[in-house]
Design a protein around this ligand. Structure first.
Ligand code: 5AD
Ligand code: SF4
Length: 493
């Protein structure tokens, strides 16, 4: 029997379907922190002589999870390959945030099908946020029955066992936990390069009405401060130059501790004392951005003067429908405080256009907010209904052509403010963390400023992974060009 014939079966006997309804529940159960993870002895050579490839979609949280999965696979003896034709294991680490993210994954599954025909030993797996949705799991089981393994965001640590089961099973192995599990501290990680992500918390309890994340990533759980600090110190010892602290809502860090009073501002204040040149964080929710955190960020040093502060809309009424829990005025007040406290702060944001009922006037309030804040960059999106979220029950009544035009007008406005702030840098010397050769010209180096702006300049390859000082000679909308200079006595940015 081939797997393609499975579509008329009752799959419930093979797996517990995931449930967004269960995922919505926020229980009071204790989250345990475990330090005793180990790959089962008999699986340590399971992947010897075999290779894997992981394709990652979506946000940094997924990139972060991919590093863990790579670590797990390498502890099983697998080696990484870039060539899908030769891979013995292919995993798609998926994103569910918008419909087009999901479409990309289904498209890729279509492309990968022929590999399964050519190489029946290939284990093809789907994991990440899409796996947490019952509709997606059902669709894969029915239309893409050649997929061998489906697991979710809460049971990544089970990968070695699930992979073994999928390799030996004639049926697809599906294991998705609708509820978050414990925090496992000692999972292996495969990191590379001079930059690293450090997860400080998992999950989100904000339940913005359009967003699937609180369902796919579970309730807010913060890592213990000593575990985060130990990891950052360890990265410092390894010579890592830049760390991004990660969480869906980093400002809620520590709110779930009931034995200690230690919030995000406290964590930043401790991390600031560790010898790493740059510390960033993402993503912030304006509602939880407190004055203590602003005070700590104002101390500067390795805490960079770049804040990504998603606004989503400039209209208080739309923000209310989105359940963002702040008004336009409160957001602008927070931006005012940040600008006053942190000289040269660069603000970036996320914005959704075409939310249900968004009127022309309300959209124009977003444009005027963009003008008022003067963002240096933004991720802009057309609203996309997500099954199971409250907004999906609202009528998606802004026509697509109107949404597209609004997105274009918004992007035009952002280009104006991005260009204006880059122009201010002309002639200034900036500190650049050199990432490597430019993608388009091997004679040119590419790197990023403390405020995350891309800079191109000519210089020796030996600078890769190091800090360089560059005078800006040309300012474009999204990139800067410059020339290498000696370290200045004082930096302007
Ligand atoms: N439609 C469009 N954009 C969305 N985002 C989250 N959910 C949706 C959705 N349903 C955007 C928000 C968020 C970013 C990560 O993705 O702007 O900040
Ligand atoms: Fe989604 Fe809102 Fe949580 Fe961000 S804060 S992950 S937009 S629910």
């Amino acid at each position: 029997m081939t797997k393609e014939t499975k579509s008329d079966k009752d799959y419930s006997i093979y797996f517990q379907p995931p449930s967004l309804k269960d995922a919505k529940k926020r229980g009071k159960e204790e989250i345990a922190v475990l330090y005793d993870f180990a790959i089962p002895e008999e699986l340590k050579l399971f992947g010897a002589g075999k290779s894997y490839m992981i394709r990652t979609y979506g946000c940094q949280m997924n990139e972060n999870d991919t590093e863990t999965m790579k670590g797990l696979l390498e502890q099983m003896g697998y080696t990484e390959t870039e060539d899908k034709e030769e891979a013995d294991v292919i995993l798609l680490n998926t994103c569910a945030i918008r419909e087009n993210a999901e479409d990309k994954v289904f498209g890729e599954l279509g492309h990968l099908k022929h590999l399964k025909t050519r190489n029946p030993g290939l284990v093809l797996g789907v994991c990440g946020c899409m796996s947490q949705e019952e509709a997606v799991v059902n669709r894969i089981m029915q239309k893409h029955a050649f997929v061998d393994l489906i697991f979710g965001t809460h049971n990544i640590h089970r990968l070695p066992i699930l992979l073994r089961d999928a390799s030996f099973s004639k049926e697809s192995v599906v294991e998705v936990w609708s509820k978050e599990g414990d925090i496992i501290e000692n999972l292996p990680r495969k990191r590379s390069g001079m930059k690293a992500w450090v997860n400080i918390m998992y999950g989100c309890d904000k339940f913005c009405t359009y967003c699937i994340v609180p369902y796919t990533r579970g309730k807010e759980r913060s890592r213990r401060p000593q575990d985060v600090l130990a990891e950052v110190r360890d990265l410092a010892r390894q010579g890592v130059q830049e760390i991004t602290l990660l969480g869906q809502n980093v400002n809620a860090y520590g709110k779930d501790f009931d034995d200690i009073n230690y919030l995000f501002g406290d964590l930043m204040d401790d991390i600031r004392k560790i010898d790493i040149p740059r510390i960033r964080f993402t993503t912030s929710h304006p509602r939880d951005f407190d004055d203590h955190l602003i005070e700590v960020l104002a101390k500067g040093g390795n805490l960079v003067e770049h804040i990504h502060l998603p606004v989503q809309s400039g209209s208080t009424e739309v923000l209310k429908l989105m359940s963002r829990k702040y008004t336009r005025e409160q957001y602008l007040e927070l931006v005012g405080k940040l600008k006053a406290a942190i000289p040269n702060v660069v603000m970036t944001t996320d914005i959704i256009v075409g939310f249900p009922n968004e009127t022309e006037e309300q959209f124009e309030e977003t444009l005027s907010l963009v003008r008022e804040v003067g963002y240096d960059n933004a991720f802009t999106f057309i609203y996309s209904p997500r099954d199971g979220t409250p907004a999906a029950a609202m009528e998606d009544n802004v026509p697509m052509d109107v949404k597209k035009r609004r997105l274009q007008r918004l992007n035009d406005e952002l280009m104006i403010s991005a260009r204006a702030s880059n122009l201010k840098l002309k002639g200034e010397v900036v500190e650049v963390l050199v990432e490597g050769e430019s993608k388009t010209n091997p004679d040119v180096l590419a790197g990023r400023t403390r405020t995350n702006k891309l800079v191109h300049f000519a210089g020796p390859k030996s600078l890769e992974g190091k800090m360089a000082f560059v005078r800006v000679t040309e300012a474009n909308t999204w990139t800067l060009k410059g020339e290498l200079v000696e370290e200045p006595l004082q930096l302007s940015v």
